[in-house]
Design a protein around this ligand. Structure first.
Ligand SMILES: [Zn+2]
Length: 345
């Protein structure tokens, strides 16, 4: 690792922008001030910095718009303002192309003209406070990457998206596989009443909600469905066969040591048991827990990074990152309250 060596790629990261055009207010426990209106400018500052750093792509880890936006009747305007900032993102590295059906298609190779600026958006609980899955699918915040050649078949109808479709997908670049999870595949607000995945969420909540042993089983967290677990298994197997390193992306964290027990995916233990059967995962990047956290699981050599929420940083500071990817380490260049560090694997 020569310090002057150029990274394989650079990407931007931000979590929990939670913009709404409303006044500052304390969080539920009155421990942190939230700067809802100013959050739009924080996101804009992140995009400008990512452009200046010529990142190859960016990852927005979810909760870009706050639930209060809809409650206060600002949703249309707030969403348009956020969308306009997304459109200012210019960096292009990832070989993906936006298709007529509104999803991205992975290209094995692409000329500069074919590539589209790509921001990988995850959907958090706040997206679902405001929108149905089908609405999100048709929005600027759908980053689904279809495997080569299958994009046209993914023009799904609303009922299928709302009831069955999981917003999980992956993309590969320069020997790394980025695997975006749907933390609300099973959820009581992310699925319409009556569908199987909603029924499963409601029965899980009923069974464990009052049980102190399961503090994560609350309706602002969710779970991966069996279908998603099977898909993830396949992703990890393929990555292993193709000698790729995997970076997991999830709105809700997977390890309490980089978060807290109450802010985890319901079936995080089951997910990580599967992940630990393989050697390919080097990092899990998450948001949702605004205080942020970091834990290096040395036994499995996985870095769990939970990014601080941009919403709770006062207007004088911010919370986002530019991550440089090298063969055997990640270099996090933190802005504002995010610590800079090197994660070796
Ligand atoms: Zn969240």
């Amino acid at each position: 690792m020569a310090p002057t060596e150029e990274p394989l790629m650079r990407f931007g990261v931000i979590a929990d922008v939670q913009h709404a055009n409303i006044d500052n207010a304390y969080n539920f426990h009155r421990t942190f001030m939230r700067f809802y209106r100013h959050a739009l400018h924080k996101f804009k500052e992140a995009v400008d910095t990512w452009n200046d750093n010529k990142v190859d792509f960016a990852i927005q880890l979810g909760d870009i718009v706050d639930g209060f936006s809809g409650k206060h009747g600002h949703l249309e305007n707030d969403f348009r303002n956020l969308t306009n900032v997304v459109k200012e993102f210019k960096s292009v590295g990832l070989p993906v192309q936006k298709t007529d059906s509104g999803v991205y298609s992975a290209l094995d190779d692409a000329s500069e003209e074919e590539k589209t600026p790509y921001m990988c958006h995850l959907w958090g609980n706040h997206e679902f406070y405001n929108y149905s899955r089908a609405e999100l699918w048709k929005s600027e915040f759908n980053s689904f990457v279809a495997p080569s050649g299958s994009a046209s078949s993914l023009d799904l109808d609303d009922a299928k998206i709302n009831n069955e479709f999981g917003y999980y997908y992956s993309f590969t670049y320069k020997g790394f596989r980025f695997v975006a999870l749907d933390a609300y595949d099973v959820g009581d607000m992310s699925r319409p009443v009556g569908c199987d995945l909603h029924t499963k969420a409601v029965s899980t909540l009923k069974k464990y909600k009052k049980d102190d042993k399961y503090p994560s089983i609350v309706n602002w967290n969710g779970a991966l469905s069996n279908a998603q677990l099977n898909w993830l298994h396949n992703e990890l197997l393929t990555a292993t066969q193709q000698n790729q390193k995997v970076i997991l992306l999830t709105h809700v964290p997977l390890d309490a040591r980089a978060s807290r027990e109450a802010s985890l995916i319901w079936n995080a233990a089951e997910v990580m048991r599967m992940v630990h059967c393989f050697d390919c995962v080097v990092a899990c990047l998450a948001g949702h827990f605004h205080a942020g956290g970091y834990y290096h699981d040395q036994k499995n050599n996985i870095h769990h990074v939970t990014f601080q929420g941009a919403i709770e940083r006062d207007p004088a500071t911010n919370a986002f990152a530019v991550i440089e990817v090298y063969e055997d380490f990640l270099k996090i260049n933190g802005y504002g309250k995010i610590d800079s560090k090197i994660l070796k694997f």
